[in-house]
Design a protein around this ligand. Sequence first.
Ligand code: HEM
Length: 512
Amino acid sequence: MKNWFSMAETLRIFVASILFCLLVALINFLHKVWWMPRRIQHVFFSQGIKGPPPRFLHGNTIEISEMRQNFMNRKVQLSHDIFRTLQPHIYLWTKIYGKNFLHWPGARAELVVSEPELIKELLYDNEQSFCRSDVDRHLKKILGKGILTSDGEKWLKLRKLSSQAFHAESLRHMIPAMIESVELMLGRWKNYEGMEIDASEEFRVLTAEVISRTACGSSYLEGQDIFQMLRKLVVLSSKNSYKTKLPIISSVFKDRYDLEADKLEKRARDSVLEMVKKRQKEISSREDFLGLHLKAHSASDRNSKITVQEIIDQCKTFYSAGQTTASILLSWTILLLAIHTDWQEKAREEVFELFGQQPPNPEGISRLKTMSMIINESLRLYPPSVYIQRKAKKGAKLGKLILPTNTNVHVPILAIHHDPKLWGKDAHIFNPERFLSGVAAATKNNPAAFLPFSLGPRTCVGANFATLEAKISLSMILQRYTFTLSPNYVHSPVQILSLRPQHGVQVVIRPR
Ligand code: HEM
């Protein structure tokens, strides 16, 4: 009997403990999904920042997905007025709530800022008030703990290494490898003269070849597996970007996307590791991106030393960042030149004046003025990166606003580049002429009006590399071919992390 009582007592304590744990978990859950959003909204409302009301559990994810889906399914005219169709939620909510507004694209509040003064303050902040925002868990599998996801001392160490690999003198040495890679592509084009090619597919391979050769002394074929896995991870990440994720639960239970992402990450990691090991076996003093990272790995000074895992994450980051964005820039620029054949002709004249039939040389490249104007206008209308994000640290202030800890801050690059108040009534028109007297004049000395590569300490480390690659590729294409838009081209810009031509860019190439 006594035994039975003690068993019943134990059971009672056990059940009570479980109920207590469940109650704590429920309170914790409600605090996160119900109380916190209301409190954060109140903090912003009291400072004059409004926004769409978040729904319980979903925030604004449902509205955002519906609006985007609605526009994605429509047939789009061949117009460069793409902001309202690509980011209809930002377009609509800016109109309703103003240039700075609060929304909930997931579990966390996000302050969208379009006011130039606030953007400058945010991007020039030296980690006093803001740090990198957390990235989606699938994207994290690409970037790991590389430069794009780190802060503080670690970021500084990786930033120094990356800048060294892509500074002006190193870029000069990369020109022959870039020219060889373009030659390889143009060799393939010989089979398609007078016919249609998908330029974006060609540029995907070209830019992969260029980053493999210049950064790692490898080739596209050797790194093919890495690029393929990284591409699949980007698609997975994008599929999940506007899905409701329940706090706690989604971090404990893996769905089928998570399992697939794990497999892809492992394959990408193994391939990079193989490439690193191969290079370690070589007796080489090459000071390219990989060479510099391997040197840092064997450094005795603890402050500069990096781990093998950091090398792997850096390689994945640069293979991904260095290839995707550069290939997208080339794709949109070819599209614009295929439509605006007068500018194609102007660019060609300049190329022949500077290089004749010869391959591009460093002096000539630095004097490609018309081409720079065209590239800037392409980056303005179709910025490969459509936004920049930061996360508020404790006690963060932006202008007069006081931000709750962990609020994300979002700079909508696409919206800014298409804003008629900043760029005039012809903001949606392709007009490279606006960059005739340089970027400062085009933006009326407002650096926050043109942000393709961001601003401040975290500005793109590969900006000069990407523009050099674009100038060399376009010069060599213009020397050999004229091109027009194929009737099969369907204008369908889409945001799959970056702003891409969804169905490629089909052009007909004719030898000159
Ligand atoms: C047209 C081509 C490119 C565009 C539009 C672009 C855009 C950007 C933007 C907007 C950022 C800033 C993000 C921020 O402020 O949070 C960034 C950062 C970065 N980009 Fe690029 N990028 C391009 C090409 C490249 C290339 C070719 C590489 C590498 C070879 C590269 C490597 C990086 C890295 C490593 C960062 C992080 C810098 C840091 O956090 O310190 N990018 N890029």
